[in-house]
Design a protein around this ligand. Structure first.
Ligand code: ADP
Ligand code: MG
Length: 317
């Protein structure tokens, strides 16, 4: 059993590639970093709590990977490139096997996405993982939820609903075919932050958000921040064939944990969207609707469903 100082030294002192900008990393009272000239720092923080954000029997490597990935997704949605992160780890006990696997999952994600762990905090309590992340964006090129305008096209990356379907499978609520089961389990445990979309967002997007709490609730944040409405089309939603066949689009509309990006782009950028899709088959953008002056609805054949009252995931309801 290691104490907190031994835990930090053994498991967390070398995660991610050392950055040029790190003046002082782990080991002092605080870290010191330089910010590159003409860039701005974009910071965010996300916490995962056992039983709320992941089932308690999730593998430690998956928990660590997901904790970093969900934070990276927030940076991507702002149009920022990752730089460094801090880890606050609350543990019920100091279990070497658990810590080894957790550190491995964290290292895998940090190496894959190219950022360094430069500090944190370690204490005892109910299992919770909190990560503070920072990235850079060229001055004033960040993207917010607040810039959507009437006539803009609403786009999403990837497939929607896979993570929620993975969770439903895990709970025994659905029985998925083998290959889809793997895809959905991966979407749930190893979400892929859409960092590759950052150049497109900086160049083309009027607004963006990452879909962590379900499309309907998260797109609503864009509408609130931009003071506009939207109409999306059910038939346009990018979903897997199983959702389509079983007609259960609620996984895609309301299911959380997708970590895809929803963004808006003026219609004059259509050619850029097409070019993006030709050049980035793994990060395709699908047009799902249009920004309107007011209202929030889903067209489904010749029916119009009002989305105004539908909510995304909320912690305190
Ligand atoms: P203090 O008591 O002064 O806050 P700590 O013992 O908490 O110091 O931290 C010592 C050093 O270890 C600091 O550089 C801190 O950022 C780092 N650290 C603590 N916990 C973690 C962790 N879980 N991951 C990474 N670095 C950590
Ligand atoms: Mg401390």
């Amino acid at each position: 059993m290691a104490n907190e100082f031994a835990i930090i030294e053994q498991y967390f002192s070398t995660i991610g590639k050392p950055m040029e900008d790190t003046v002082l990393g782990i080991g002092d009272d605080a870290a010191v970093v330089d910010i590159p000239q003409d860039q701005q720092l974009v910071v965010s923080m996300d916490t995962l709590i056992s039983g709320t954000h992941f089932p308690p029997d999730t593998s430690p490597a998956d928990i660590a990977y997901k904790a970093l990935a969900v934070n990276l997704s927030d940076l991507a949605a702002m149009g920022a490139s990752p730089a460094w992160f801090l880890l606050s780890l609350t543990l019920e006990e100091s279990d070497d096997r658990w810590l080894t696997q957790f550190a491995n999952g964290l290292k895998q994600a940090a190496d894959l996405f190219g950022l360094q762990l430069i500090g944190g905090d370690t204490c005892k309590g109910k299992l919770a993982i909190s990560i503070q992340i920072a990235g850079y964006v060229p001055r004033d090129r960040f993207v917010t939820r607040g810039g959507a305008a009437v006539g803009d096209i609403i786009l999403v990356t990837g497939e929607l609903g896979n993570a929620a379907l993975g969770l439903a499978q895990r709970k025994g609520e659905v029985e998925l075919p083998e290959t889809l089961r793997e895809r959905c389990t991966l979407a749930l445990n190893r979400p892929q932050p859409r960092l590759e979309l950052v150049p497109f967002l900086r160049e083309c997007a009027s607004s963006a958000i990452d879909i962590s709490d379900g499309l309907v609730g998260d797109l609503r944040h864009i509408l609130d921040a931009s003071a506009c409405g939207a109409r999306i089309a059910r038939g346009a939603l990018p979903v897997n064939a199983w959702i389509e066949q079983h007609d259960c689009y609620d996984y895609a509309l309301e299911g959380g944990d997708d970590y895809q990006i929803c963004c808006t782009v003026t219609a004059s950028r259509l050619a850029e969207i097409e070019r993006w899709n030709r050049e980035h088959p793994d990060c395709r953008l699908t047009a799902i609707g249009e920004i309107t002056g007011s209202g929030y609805s889903l067209s489904d054949g010749d029916q119009l469903v009002d989305l105004a009252q539908r909510q995304g995931y909320r912690h305190f309801d």
